[in-house]
Design a protein around this ligand. Sequence first.
Ligand code: SF4
Ligand code: SF4
Length: 228
Amino acid sequence: MHAGPGRDYFHNIAQTVKSILIGMRITLKYCFAKTVTVQYPDVAPTLQPRFRGFHYYEIEKCIACDACAKACPVDCIYIDKTAPRKIDKETGVAVGGALVRYAIDYSKCMFCALCTEPCPTDCIHMGNVHDMSAYTRENMIVEFTELAKQGLQTPQPLWMSVRRHVPQWATDRQREWQEYTHSADGFAGQPEKRREAMLKALTEQEAPKKKPAAKKEGDAAEAAPKDS
Ligand code: SF4
Ligand code: SF4
């Protein structure tokens, strides 16, 4: 038997009220739940140990080999140098040509960390800066060679340079960013020396000349004039 139009009408109303109540049940549940809003930037965000943020880059160890740029799936790393660079084994610092440009376009970067894997000198890392804002796409390109001139290895959140009151956690984090140290880093605890090496990476540096190998005893005897 076909239900009358009056019955359909009330059935639709019941269905609508039921749907609203189901939706509101979830809303109400969160109304009385403990708040989890973090008052950033006044309160520091909690980052997990393996968090992958904006890179930090040790320019003084970079040999501009392009391995990171080739590994990048979206081609967002730009490198330019004047001549080949190589690590000076005595100091652990790269010498040779000047690093003209090392930049990453963060409007394309996926934070996949593939660029950090093939680096032969372990100088590009995923950092812990999670916050970067810009007004244009061009400003999302971070010029790490320009940062190096200011003694920085990683971009800093914009608000930290314009806000009148910077909370203590951010001041501490800034200090940490300026003195980044990495395992087996020859500059650990020597920020001034690191800064000097960073600036040198921007100019051509001659590789130190190899010391002549000490002659063996046999060679010396051969070289000595023979008695006639
Ligand atoms: S994290 Fe991934 S996308 Fe970003 S620069 Fe590295 S390789 Fe490219
Ligand atoms: S960061 Fe590493 S992989 Fe990339 S150019 Fe420099 S040395 Fe090569």
